[in-house]
Design a binder for this molecule. Structure first.
Ligand code: PSV
Ligand code: MN
Length: 387
């Protein structure tokens, strides 16, 4: 059994990145219900992210989405992050909201549109240089709604060419993560639909290209932990976008829909040694809080990842390996379930006390008065959203 101190040490080192877009207003295609106290610019999004970090101790970086987080001076944004004890994390180009991208961005049949999209990817690498970010996080809404709409094969060729242009612009310590998604907004075919497609492109590109697994981007029933284990073993697991899904790309709080799946993923991570910072896996959230208040929802999400990780760290790996060697199916499964069924909340409360933070982060946030303060301070101006 791993001892308490080893488990706590690993948890203290954990680093979960929150997404800037989760702090802004968001909704469904039916309605966005606006909330009060929403940040009006990327600086205020960082202020809110600092609250999540202050109360959890393990969320020190924030991913940006460009142009949603476009600012005049990225050095100033980086300074603001640092003054709050944060870092700028992954830079996410957005090639899905300009009118030209109706038929796709880097896979578009029109070379001028492809050039525009590639220009945006390169601009995002400039932003990485200015903010010290080391991850270009790529997701493309490209795809087709109808058979025959465009050539599937030619689109793959255009994809390769565009990715190569961005890849060649990366600095020595920068990498690109290529996210896949099996449907939406395109419904017949997506140009990077699955991990295999992403993996193949990343292998072609080279060692600075890796796959990003968004837990909401699979068909129901997909064994995501298998994908995680496979990619990590080949050096091609770059990171995660954590969230929960019931039906589609629901972007609900991670661990809310299927905490057991999250545990199984973290078990593969822990048993492969991929939790260690040297493995360079980016643990990022990608969520939208459409009904619930955003800051406590992000705190809850960070805690959910932490709980799943703690349970994974508690797996008795020696007993598991012995049962597996002996072909003892029931014992092997019981070892895993024992860890999963452990209530890790007391251990995590103790860890937070060790770290000098409140053992109950959500209660501490509510007591802090921050929510009331931002509702008052941000009464005027335009709240940030997906526009
Ligand atoms: C697409 O559904 C996605 O998962 C990508 O990561 C985007 O960047 C993010 O959501 C926000 O649109
Ligand atoms: Mn995502």
């Amino acid at each position: 059994m791993p001892d308490r101190k080893t488990v706590k040490d690993a948890l203290r080192e954990q680093w979960i990145e929150t997404p800037s877009w989760a702090y802004g207003n968001s909704g469904t295609r039916f309605k966005t219900f606006l909330q009060d106290g929403i940040p009006r610019d990327p600086f205020e999004k960082l202020d809110d992210a600092a609250q999540v970090h202050a109360h959890t101790g393990v969320a020190p970086s924030v991913a940006l989405h460009i142009p949603w987080d476009r600012v005049e001076d990225y050095g100033e944004l980086d300074q603001h992050a640092r003054s709050l004890g944060l870092r700028i994390g992954a830079i996410n180009p957005n090639t899905f909201q300009e009118p030209e991208y109706k038929l796709g961005s880097i896979c578009n049949p029109d070379p001028a549109v492809r050039e525009k999209a590639i220009g945006h990817l390169l601009e995002c690498v400039d932003i990485m240089d200015a903010t010290g970010s080391d991850i270009l996080s790529l997701w493309f809404a490209d795809g087709l709604n109808y058979p025959g709409q465009d050539s599937l094969a030619e689109r793959q060729q255009r994809l390769s060419e565009a990715l190569r242009r961005a890849y060649d612009r990366l600095g020595a310590d920068q990498r690109m993560l290529l996210e896949y998604k099996f449907f939406e907004p395109a419904f017949y075919a997506t140009d990077v639909p699955d991990w295999g497609t992403s993996y193949a492109h990343c292998v072609d590109l080279g060692e600075k290209a890796q796959v990003l697994v968004d837990t909401g981007h699979h068909a129901p029933g997909t064994n995501i932990e298998f994908i995680v284990a496979f990619l990590f073993a080949r050096g091609k697991l770059g990171g995660f976008h954590f969230n929960s899904r019931f039906y589609a790309d629901d972007d609900l709080m991670v661990g809310a829909a299927d905490p057991f799946q999250l545990f199984r993923i973290m078990h593969e991570i822990v048993s492969a040694g991929a939790l260690d910072a040297s493995a360079n896996i980016a643990f990022m959230l990608d969520q939208c809080h459409n009904l619930e208040p955003k800051i406590p929802a992000l705190i809850r999400s960070v805690l959910n990842v932490q709980e799943a990780t703690a349970k994974a760290l508690l797996v008795d790996s020696e007993a598991l390996a012995a049962a597996q060697r002996e072909g003892d199916v029931l014992t092997a499964n019981a070892v895993l379930m024992d860890a999963y069924n452990t209530d890790v909340r007391p251990l995590l409360a103790e860890l937070r006390e060790d770290m000098g933070i409140d053992p109950d982060p959500i209660a501490a946030y509510h007591r802090s008065g921050y929510a009331e303060k931002i509702i008052e301070a941000r009464k005027d101006g335009t709240p940030a959203g997906w526009g």
